[in-house]
Design a protein around this ligand. Structure first.
Ligand SMILES: [Zn+2]
Ligand SMILES: [Zn+2]
Ligand SMILES: [Zn+2]
Length: 287
């Protein structure tokens, strides 16, 4: 099959292109569209491949079911975590706007968390729902201590890149664990995302994750950086007592993957994960 067209299935005999995923497409099938989720070529009119369209998730029951594997995987990183009690809801796409697929929302009063919910966009393929959930559970564990349940409120507005970077690290770890369609491409899309908060945040904090050696210590490291007068003047390591007394509505979101191969940018070597670190976790970066 290696020499067959990914669209028509015919043997490639003349002019053709090779996509970034290694698919071949014959000249007769050009121009070709890439699936918005997995980047594979397809011939459907809705910018989704057959596989991604057939696994599109439209209701919360399915999303809750998909969340179980993510929660179980997180148990290996954060033993005894309590994130299984966070409701997961699927909501209509227009709720999010065009650049976001998920959101973690919470309300707090003083140093007490009132409630919290993770919301994901309707229509995402199952594998994407799960990688969005991996990211959103990152927000959950920054807002609420993953085992004690103490309200911690996130890293704070001046540290958006570190917060989103932390969540993107979780997403990459999940994708590496779960694999699935075009998984190397999806890892690369996170790592090379040109967005300064998401991609920039990932590249900034990834070395801290490698250094910490575990998600739990990585998380503690980020909170430990908020020492009095060091970064933003907050006192304490977990921001208790620094939230107003009225109910505060918090929220975090993440953007859609940069999925079109044409949007991809070259790897940022300066902040790229160390290729030879002896403590590097079991992520395979293949370029
Ligand atoms: Zn063809
Ligand atoms: Zn697809
Ligand atoms: Zn986020």
């Amino acid at each position: 099959m290696a020499d067959s067209c990914a669209i028509c299935g015919q043997k490639i005999v003349g002019n053709h292109v090779r996509t970034s995923l290694g698919e071949l497409v014959c000249e007769a099938d050009l121009p070709v569209d890439h699936c918005r989720w997995c980047a594979r070529v397809h011939r459907r009119p809705d910018h989704r491949c057959e596989l991604c369209a057939s696994s599109a998730t439209h209701n919360s029951r399915e999303a809750v079911s998909l969340s179980r594997a993510v929660l179980q995987w997180l148990e290996g990183h954060i033993p005894g975590h309590n994130m299984g009690d966070i409701p997961v809801e699927v909501v209509a796409g227009d709720f999010f706007g065009s650049s976001s697929n998920g959101m973690t929302r919470w309300r707090s009063a003083g140093n007490r968390l009132v409630d919290m919910v993770v919301q994901v966009r309707s229509g995402l393929p199952a594998f994407e729902i799960q990688s969005v959930l991996a990211h959103e559970y990152g927000h959950v564990m920054l807002v609420r201590h993953p085992t004690t349940g103490a309200f911690t409120g996130g890293l704070g507005g001046t540290r958006d890149d570190e917060e989103e970077g932390f969540c993107e690290v979780l997403r990459v770890l999940w994708i590496d664990h779960a694999r699935g369609p075009s998984w190397e491409y999806r890892v690369k899309s996170v790592r090379d995302n040109p967005d300064p908060v998401y991609g920039g945040g990932f590249r900034r904090v990834w070395p801290a994750y490698v250094e910490a050696g575990s998600v739990t210590r990585f998380r503690e490291t980020l909170f430990g950086q908020v020492a009095p007068g060091v970064i933003d003047g907050n006192s304490g390591t977990e921001r208790d007592g620094h939230v107003p007394d009225e109910i505060v509505i918090g929220g975090s979101h993440r953007p859609t993957l940069a999925i079109s191969p044409s949007q991809r940018v070259p790897p940022v070597a300066r902040n790229a994960p160390p290729q030879d670190s002896p403590r590097r976790p079991d992520i395979s970066w293949r370029q």
